[in-house]
Design a protein around this ligand. Structure first.
Ligand SMILES: Nc1ncnc2c1ncn2[C@@H]1O[C@H](COP(=O)(O)OP(=O)(O)O)[C@@H](O)[C@H]1O
Ligand SMILES: [Mg+2]
Length: 308
């Protein structure tokens, strides 16, 4: 089974696609058979960073049954060991997936016969984005040092967390507590996903322990992209600390990725930055983040979320 990483963050333009493409190239360079899955449905552009104008097949080939298995929709890139499953062949309305299609994609990704899968997600906190994020073994949140990016990322983290709490409540049949909580939510007693967990722990300590145990399995990574010299180098660590204090989940900061004007050139040249400019601070940062992300002893035993 592949190790699955999802790259999200709520806000557009933070560098999710840039990071996905570079992490994919660096994983492939380490000899891992790697596939990048573009699930920015309706806004796919990962293929461009990998030098494709068109892709001969992709996610839509699987949805419309041109291919039987999602792995057959993977196209090799020019980089050895690196493949892409693009969504550029999907219709313009693909953003509004049906539940059955979403489940089909989730189950197919879990079966992909690769060593490593990186999922590139779009902006926003729609159920599709949240469920694709939770399908991974590890979720990577990408943000930039601007307050708006940090705010959007925190909102996204809360949305992911709430979605996971709801999955667990459904899975373990917490009906009675949930009904009481629904009333408390309406009346404003419970306001955040963290409040919900705390209230369950008070109301039903046995189930509360179960909920906390499941939430503690969440493995989240944080990456601060487009870091500039004047920005506090410890900002990412501070955010990691706050997240670990607030949520029952494990957050790990993977480091700052320096802003570099030449990223633009690599996009225009349709090449991967870490390959085109290997001896730059940004490429060193990317390599360090890739090494940390793929560190074997960090690997969690099961996917973040569960569906059914
Ligand atoms: N470290 C960086 N330095 C300079 N520009 C960057 C960096 N990371 C991303 N960019 C640029 O920022 C823009 C948004 O990146 P992109 O990966 O498309 O974001 P997202 O996928 O989150 O919407 C792109 O123009 C990209 O080239
Ligand atoms: Mg993108």
């Amino acid at each position: 089974m592949a190790r699955i990483y999802a790259i999200g963050g709520g806000k557009g333009g933070s560098g999710k696609t840039f990071l996905a493409a570079n992490l994919g190239a660096l994983a492939a360079r380490q000899g891992h058979n790697t596939v990048l899955v573009d699930l920015d449905l309706g806004g796919s552009n990962l293929h461009s960073l990998l030098g494709f104008r068109q892709v001969e097949k992709g996610l839509n080939s699987y949805l419309n049954r041109t291919v039987n298995d999602l792995s057959e929709a993977a196209v090799p890139t020019e980089i050895p060991n690196l493949h892409i499953i693009s969504s550029m062949d999907c219709s313009l309305e693909i953003g509004n997936l049906f539940y059955a299609q979403k489940m089909k994609i989730i189950n197919a990704i879990r079966r992909l016969p690769f060593d490593i899968v990186f999922i590139d997600l779009g902006a926003g906190s729609t159920y599709n984005v949240l469920d694709f994020f939770l399908l991974a073994h590890e979720g990577i949140f990408v943000f930039t040092p601007e307050p708006t990016s940090i705010q959007n990322t925190v909102q996204f983290i809360k949305a992911v967390y709430l979605r996971r709490v709801k999955q667990i409540l459904k899975q373990y049949d917490f009906n009675k507590v949930v009904k009481e909580l629904a009333w408390e939510t309406e009346t404003g007693v419970v306001r955040s996903p963290v409040d919900i967990v705390d209230r369950i722990m008070t109301k039903d300590p046995v189930r509360g322990v179960l909920l906390e145990r499941e939430l503690r399995k969440l493995v989240f990574k944080l990456v601060l992209n487009q870091h500039r010299k004047h920005i506090d180098v410890a900002l990412g660590h501070k955010i990691e600390k706050v997240c670990n204090r607030h949520f029952y989940a494990g957050f790990q900061f993977m480091g700052n990725i320096a802003y570099d004007e030449r990223v633009h050139n690599s996009v225009l040249a349709k090449t991967i930055f870490a390959n085109k400019y290997p001896y730059t601070p940004t490429s060193t940062d990317l390599k360090q983040a890739a090494d940390l992300v793929m560190k074997k002893h960090d690997m969690a035993p099961s996917p973040i979320g569960k569906y059914g």
